[in-house]
Design a protein around this ligand. Structure first.
Ligand SMILES: [Zn+2]
Length: 171
């Protein structure tokens, strides 16, 4: 047990990252906010903890849940009054999603965002691009709605296996 009023060494950066890796994305519980690339940085002097979070989709209602979940898990693990910063610049993009998380998305039935291709123009400017079906891999898919189960996703339908699926929009 550490001795001393400041309890230095109680928390360290690695421990904070491990705790953050336990926080699921509020919308896609299969992946953590770390895998999503939403954690920009962690700072601690052993007592005070500062976490910088890059909100994934601005205006996404999930952000509030997100910060509350982070605060909760840190406080449960002895961090007093963690400071959570929301970083809007540089903005989070879907390119920050790791490869493993992309596979988890697919396994979850959600088509992961295609790397390096911002969808805004495509999704909001009329036509939609070919998104491979997460179930059968067919590219014969069509957009049903620009908004899927959440505003962050678009609803697609596969003409091969006839299953509807969510596509995680790129930004
Ligand atoms: Zn399919």
């Amino acid at each position: 047990m550490p001795v001393g009023s400041r309890k230095s060494g109680v928390v360290n950066e690695q421990k904070i990252w491990e705790l953050l890796a336990l926080v699921p994305d509020p919308e896609i519980p299969a992946i953590s906010i770390v895998e999503l690339g939403a954690v920009q940085s962690v700072k601690t002097d052993g007592v005070q903890v500062e976490v910088s979070i890059m909100p994934t989709y601005s205006g996404c209602p999930a952000i509030k849940t997100f910060t509350e979940d982070i605060r909760k898990i840190l406080e449960e693990n002895g961090v007093i009054n963690p400071v959570i910063h929301l970083v809007y610049s540089p903005a989070w993009t879907t390119d920050r999603i790791g490869d493993e998380a992309r596979e988890k998305l697919r396994a979850f039935g959600i088509a992961p965002p295609e790397r390096g291709t911002a969808d805004k123009g495509v999704l909001f400017g009329g036509g939609a691009k070919a998104v491979p079906c997460p179930r059968c891999g067919s590219k014969k898919t069509e957009i049903v709605s620009q908004f899927g189960s959440t505003p962050c996703k678009a609803l697609y339908s596969c003409r091969e296996c006839l299953e509807p699926f969510d596509y995680f929009k790129c930004i």
